[in-house]
Ligand binder design. Structure first.
Ligand code: EPZ
Length: 427
């Protein structure tokens, strides 16, 4: 199993290319099921989850062709053809490894009038039920049954009629599933209190490029006029705002001056505001964002929230930075009930964090020390990498398969700007 070794205290400077967004890619790929024509996705990140989703689409009968890109290039181009859907089932063996597989439920149901998808089961960061996905699809006219760990969905008369649904809480995934199902429904649909994340906007834009009719893009009310069929399209995945925010934290925790090439400040409002409050210099530059910082960050009070609030996917990375702040910070995690798995690992490096319920009090220390630590989930693993960049001595992060799910060629990107970092494989 691979480990990542970091020898900290190097100042970082230079250009970090930001890849396409994982959380956009995972909802754009299933759109291919909604048409029998090819969907070409550009700027697709090279990530384990994207590969996993490709395998799931193949399992359903779609072909996935990757256009050659130079090995030194980041991202790639994939053309997905679901000329014929040969299976309407997403099996447990695939879904248990990647929760985002649930995002084929809406598209298969819309395309074939029936779908059988394994229930995803638990996750390290929280229970993560899918009840809202199911309730939204029922509101669009689906009939659901549950048998041996699977949900069986049917569209009466083979096509969903469409309908209205108000989400009791904001859910990114449930909004995405309902949107994809509504795009080819027999009538119009209205989704209220829908998620407004930039990844949802990216999904809407891709669906519109395929011929869908959607009003209210970017707002909490999405109105979808179902169309008889969608056509193929070529679409570029948006830049990854969470990856960009993670590297911005690297510039603050290690000290330095980084340009996040391809990042879009318009989609990172809350993250950039928090960076500025910590004392970082943040400016939009042609083709990206520049982040520079020296010395100890200022402490903060931060509470995660649905977009445009502060992203839960940035909480762990900010905790690593605030562990070295000149004062005490308070973080509140409002989205997931178990997203502090990085705390005991950061404590092994000398961080002083006290968690009670959803709140973490972070007393800034003057320095961290390298240690062997273990990744527990995707963003927690990035917080350990960040702590390693600032720590005295060597940090060894194990279970880095978590990291590979969401960060494309991280060691390459960091060593190119001055970090002393490498991957070691235990064979
Ligand atoms: C998406 O997960 C992202 N994943 C997550 O990123 C991200 O943390 C999350 O949105 C919130 O921004 C992908 O896009 C693949 P939700 P998702 O449905 O869709 C509850 C990362 O690190 N809920 O918005 O699963 C749920 O338990 C990952 O890249 C229900 O109760 O998140 C949570 O408390 C981690 N019932 C809250 O809503 C439901 O049916 C928000 O979840 C659905 C969700």
């Amino acid at each position: 199993m691979d480990r990542i070794l970091i020898r900290g205290r190097n100042r970082l400077s230079g250009r970090v290319p930001i890849s396409g967004a994982k959380n956009a890619a995972l909802t754009l790929m299933p759109c291919a099921i909604l048409t029998d024509e090819p969907l070409t996705l550009r700027n697709l990140p090279r990530l384990a989850d994207v590969d996993g989703f490709g395998h799931l689409l193949n399992q359903l009968g779609a072909s996935t062709a990757i256009e050659g890109t130079r090995p030194d290039e980041f991202g790639r181009v994939m053309t997905i053809r679901a000329g014929k859907v040969t299976s309407t089932e997403a099996p447990y063996d695939i879904v248990r490894k990647m929760r985002a597989s649930i995002l084929v439920l809406g598209p298969i149901l819309a395309r074939e009038g029936r779908a059988r998808v394994s229930l995803p089961g638990g996750c390290a960061i929280g229970n993560r039920p899918i009840d809202l996905h199911l309730k939204a699809l029922e509101a669009l006219g689906a009939e659901l049954e549950f048998t041996s760990g699977y949900v069986e969905a049917r569209a009466p008369h083979g096509r969903l009629p469409g309908g209205r649904y108000t989400f009791p809480v904001v859910s990114v995934g449930a909004t995405e599933n309902a949107l994809m199902a509504a795009a080819t429904a027999g009538g119009s649909s209205c989704l209220d209190n829908a998620a407004r994340e930039p990844e949802i906007v990216d999904l809407c834009r891709c669906l519109v490029a395929m011929g869908a009719r959607i009003e209210g893009i970017g707002t909490e009310r999405l109105e979808v006029e179902g169309v008889d069929r969608l056509h193929g399209a070529t679409y570029a995945v948006m830049p990854d705002r969470i990856e960009a925010g993670s590297y911005a934290c690297a510039a603050v925790i290690a000290g330095g001056d980084l340009t996040l090439a391809g990042a879009d400040a318009a989609e990172m409002g809350a993250t950039l505001a928090a960076l500025r409050s910590m004392g970082a210099e943040v400016e939009e530059v042609p083709g990206g964002i520049r982040v520079a910082a020296e010395g100890r960050p200022k402490p903060l009070e931060l509470s995660t929230a649905p977009y445009p609030g502060f992203a839960t996917d940035m909480q762990a990375q900010f905790m690593a930075v605030l562990a070295l702040a000149d004062g005490t910070s308070v973080l509140t995690e409002t989205i997931f009930e178990n997203r502090y798995m990085h705390v005991p690992e950061l404590a092994r490096m000398g961080a002083d964090v006290r968690v009670s319920g959803r709140t973490a009090v972070v007393r800034g220390v003057t320095g961290l020390t390298g240690a062997p630590v273990m990744a527990t989930d995707l963003r927690a693993s990035m917080s350990l990498i960040l702590a390693g960049l600032a720590a005295e001595g060597e940090t060894q992060v194990s279970r880095v398969y978590h990291l590979d799910r969401g960060y494309e060629r991280l060691e390459e990107k960091l060593s190119a700007v001055g970090a002393d970092i490498e991957r070691a494989s235990d064979g």
